[in-house]
Write a protein that binds this ligand. Structure first.
Ligand code: WT7
Length: 628
């Protein structure tokens, strides 16, 4: 590993920021600003918090009771107030907040005042169901504006939202509804995927049939009558909000009040419900959006994520709205109806900030440079990448086709961190493939298993001090929260392998644990394994991640069949269909290999590391603990 890191660096060039970028950006001297911010982080974060509105002030910035943090103690606030009312009370009232474009080209535009009204109506509709502060609402929607309305509506009245990505299948949705004990589910009849209709309501029907705590299912009907509502639990969205008042006060909440739960994968089969709170999360997402993308009032901000993932929470909904930005959000894939889709949107709407993913860039690369060349991309100012390491080739391509002068912010962070943690700012010299340096107020490092500084060379990425938007716990599972802070004593272990170069630049190399990043989506190998062994023909399964040219990583599964079962194309297909049904499309293994046995430790733990090394033709390292 060390060798590949060295090679990578030797080929890396340094790109200095242009004078025009540097002179106009918020943070013109990163080194100085960073040094100052970490000399007294509490003072730094307090200064940022003061840029936002609070109903009553804090009496303490941070209470750090390792590893439990509370920020802005005693203060009351509401993130929805800061996303909406702060702007409707200003000249931004009639500024465009959200431009939404459907896969079919349909356009819906909301000013801050209009968004405010929609959110208030949804909040009143939620109240009409008898929901109370702290109740959970599961949101299983495609990328449509109602997703934003209902998230902010929950926040407004102190409900906790749990957005579940609409690509998950019924059993995966069901377990997330059950863990959160949601009283209400909000869904739609259909999603669209490359022109195909995805029947979401059917998935919800199946999931909810096993969730007795769910009292109501709200259904946005995009094609009225497609799935007639039948059960008494079901309410049509339009009828639900019709007649609701467009006024609804955002209630003052203690800054540590939970805002949302977002499920993410880890090393066990059970997804973890990451909990974020109003106060600190609002401060972290607000300032990172502003500084990383150099967000100004005249910008048009386009982030391609789905609100089903944390990027959508922090950098489509909360961060940009906290800043009063104009947000473009578009349903659909980058190459549908053709590979000019996103370039076309950039030209049409004059996008200046474009935040995307390495997987999407690699996909667009395959279609060639003629596609971006067809469009006027001169409105672009700052670019962003997130979700997985961006290889220098993809970085250089993205840089070149967008004009060769726009800085790319390679942002490293996690569902758990809530906000961008390691990233360039537009004024920072770039090295293609490196997420560069920690954000202001953030202390990140690379250490060995004992927590010792590795100076130069590879190790584990850690965060050494608490930060405002850090997760507060794992829902109903505080022990799993503790693991982040005691795997390497005293610091937050991110689970990533990382390398720090002589300039202090960080190079994230991938996960150190049993998590695979397929197209930037986080899949726990244990989840796929347990789906596979629940198939009647399988006794045991092991899953690994394997490099893939566009998706970054792909899933490969090794299975041991039950006695009497034989390998066949039909069987492999049936295994894939089974994972599709259990978890959803993103978790389906691309390759499945039938094997007679699996490498295990004497205590019976499958050694995925050995399987992976063998698969990639590498040295498996120390195999002295291997049993078979
Ligand atoms: C994991 C977190 C961050 C929001 C979307 C994914 C990987 C993320 C980068 C990057 C290299 C990255 C890490 C991290 N990752 N961004 N810029 N360079 N790796 O959130 O699903 O919580 O996944 O994504 O492995 O731990 P997530």
């Amino acid at each position: 590993m060390a060798e590949t890191i060295e090679t990578l660096q030797k080929t890396s060039r340094v790109i200095q920021p242009s004078d025009s970028i540097k002179s106009g950006t918020y943070i013109q001297n990163y080194e100085q600003a960073y040094k100052q911010s970490i000399e007294d982080p509490e003072n730094f974060w307090e200064g940022i918090a003061k840029e936002l509105d609070w109903f009553s002030p804090w009496n303490k910035v941070l209470e750090w009771n390792y590893p439990w943090a509370k920020w802005f103690l005693g203060a009351t606030c509401n993130i929805s107030y800061n996303c909406l009312d702060r702007h409707t009370k200003s000249w931004r009232k009639n500024k465009v907040a959200v431009i939404w474009v459907g896969e079919d080209g349909q356009e819906r535009i909301f000013t801050y005042a209009a968004l405010h009204r929609e959110v208030n109506k949804s909040a009143n509709a939620l109240k009409s169901l008898g929901l109370h502060k702290g109740d959970r609402v599961t949101i299983y929607l495609p990328k449509i504006p109602e997703q934003i309305f209902v998230m902010l509506a929950c926040a407004r009245i102190g409900l906790i939202h749990s957005v579940v990505y609409s690509g998950f299948s019924a059993p995966a949705l069901q377990s997330r509804i059950q863990d959160a004990e949601a009283r209400v589910v909000v869904t739609a009849d259909l999603g669209y995927d490359r022109g195909k209709k995805i029947p979401l309501k059917t998935v919800v029907d199946e999931a909810v049939s096993n969730c007795p705590l769910v009292e109501k299912v709200i259904v946005v009907q995009r094609e009225k009558g497609h799935f007639p509502l039948t059960a008494p639990k079901e309410i049509d969205w339009d009828e639900w909000v019709q007649g609701q008042s467009t006024d609804c006060e955002a209630i003052p909440l203690d800054s540590e009040t939970p805002l949302y739960i977002l499920y993410t994968s880890g090393t066990t089969g059970k997804p973890k419900g990451v909990v974020h709170v109003h106060g600190g999360y609002m401060v972290g997402t607000y300032i990172t959006t502003k500084y990383v993308f150099d967000l100004k009032d005249e910008d048009v901000y386009f982030c391609v994520a789905d609100p089903g993932w944390v990027t959508g929470h922090s950098y489509i909904v909360y961060g940009p709205l906290l800043n009063g930005a104009t947000i473009l959000t578009a349903e659909g894939k980058p190459d549908y109806p053709n590979p000019g889709r996103w370039w076309d949107l950039i030209e049409q709407y004059g996008v200046s900030i474009f935040y995307t993913t390495p997987t999407a860039i690699r996909l667009l690369m395959k279609y060639g440079e003629d596609w971006p060349k067809k469009y006027d991309l001169s409105s672009l100012k700052v670019l962003g990448s997130v979700g997985e390491p961006i290889n220098p080739e993809a970085w250089e391509w993205f840089h070149r086709v967008t004009g060769g002068t726009k800085p790319i912010m390679d942002t490293w962070w996690q569902t758990e961190t809530g906000m961008i943690m390691v990233t360039p700012l537009p004024s920072v010299p770039l090295k293609p493939g490196s997420a560069t340096r920690p954000f202001l107020g953030v202390e990140a490092d690379v250490v060995d298993r004992e927590g010792k500084n590795t100076d130069h060379g590879g190790g584990f990425a850690v965060i050494t001090k608490p930060w405002p938007s850090m997760m507060r716990t794992i829902y109903k599972d505080p022990d799993r929260y503790l693991l982040y802070w005691n795997t390497i004593p005293g610091v937050y272990t991110a689970g990533d392998v990382c390398h720090k170069d002589e300039d202090g630049y960080l190079w994230f190399m991938g996960r150190a644990d049993d998590v695979v990043k397929v197209a930037g989506n986080r899949i726990g190998t244990a989840e796929v394994e347990s789906a596979l062994v629940s198939h009647e023909s399988v006794v045991e399964a092991a899953v690994i991640g394997k490099p893939h040219p566009t998706a970054g990583e792909m899933i490969k599964a090794f299975v041991i069949l039950k006695q009497g079962e034989h390998e066949s194309t039909d069987l492999i297909k049936s295994l894939k269909d089974h994972v599709l049904r259990e978890l959803g499309k993103i978790a389906v293994p691309r390759e499945i290999e039938v094997v007679p046995s699996l490498p295990k430790t004497r205590s019976g733990k499958i050694m995925r590391r050995v399987l992976k090394a063998k698969e990639l033709g590498q040295d498996p390292g120390d195999i002295s603990t291997l049993e078979e």
